[in-house]
Ligand binder design. Structure first.
Ligand SMILES: C[S@@+](CC[C@H](N)C(=O)[O-])C[C@H]1O[C@@H](n2cnc3c(N)ncnc32)[C@H](O)[C@@H]1O
Length: 178
């Protein structure tokens, strides 16, 4: 919970209150449901590629009465990012989604220009996980966050992303860009 709140603080410090936010690989709803609770003005999308996770997320959303402002999408990011959700989000959150290159390739395409991707790092910190050259292939640049207790990194979409990203399902993991 505290880590999920740190995601929200990171987004707020980067861009203020987002109009639209996506939780990439939402799983049991962390950090997406915590963000939805903390940001009542924000339209949130909880995306997960596993149907059973999405069904459970939808049940939580309905029980909380948030259906009008929280969507649940059961889809692989590599597919959904080429559809109507592409370029629609001010903020994308990713906790435990995958390796850095996979998270960046699957997350960046959902951002609008200037939007931020906020990602969890291991407790020891980001280290060399996010090489500038790899990030720039995806239009991303590091976005410095204020010091905090949780290891998080943030990246801003600063240049347009090529249409071919993300690549086909599974390819970001099999042939990582960095
Ligand atoms: C380790 S879980 C983390 C869940 C949650 N964010 C958390 O921190 O508790 C990763 C989640 O990402 C989802 N996922 C992994 N790769 C995906 C992809 N390419 N597209 C959509 N969902 C994906 C999995 O189904 C899983 O629910």
């Amino acid at each position: 919970m505290a880590q999920a709140r740190a995601f929200v603080q990171a987004v707020r410090s980067a861009i203020g209150t987002p109009r639209r936010l996506l939780d990439l690989g939402s799983g049991g709803g962390i950090p997406g449901l915590v963000a939805a609770a903390a940001l009542p003005e924000t339209h949130c999308t909880l995306l997960d590629g596993r149907d059973e996770r999405a069904r459970l997320l939808l049940a939580y959303v309905q029980r909380l009465g948030w259906d009008d402002r929280v969507d649940v999408v059961a889809a692989r990011a590599e597919v959904a990012a080429h559809g109507e959700l592409r370029g629609q989000y001010d903020a994308v959150l990713a906790r435990g989604f995958g390796a850095p290159a996979v998270t960046a390739e699957c997350g960046a395409p959902f951002l609008r220009p200037g939007g931020v991707l906020v990602v969890s790092d291991p407790p020891e910190g980001a280290g060399g996980r996010w090489p500038l050259e790899g990030l720039s292939r995806l239009g991303l640049a590091p976005f410095p966050l204020p010091p905090q207790a949780w290891a998080l990194s943030a990246f801003q979409l600063v240049t347009p992303l090529e249409d071919r990203y993300p690549r086909r399902v599974g390819v970001p993991g099999k042939r990582p860009l960095f």
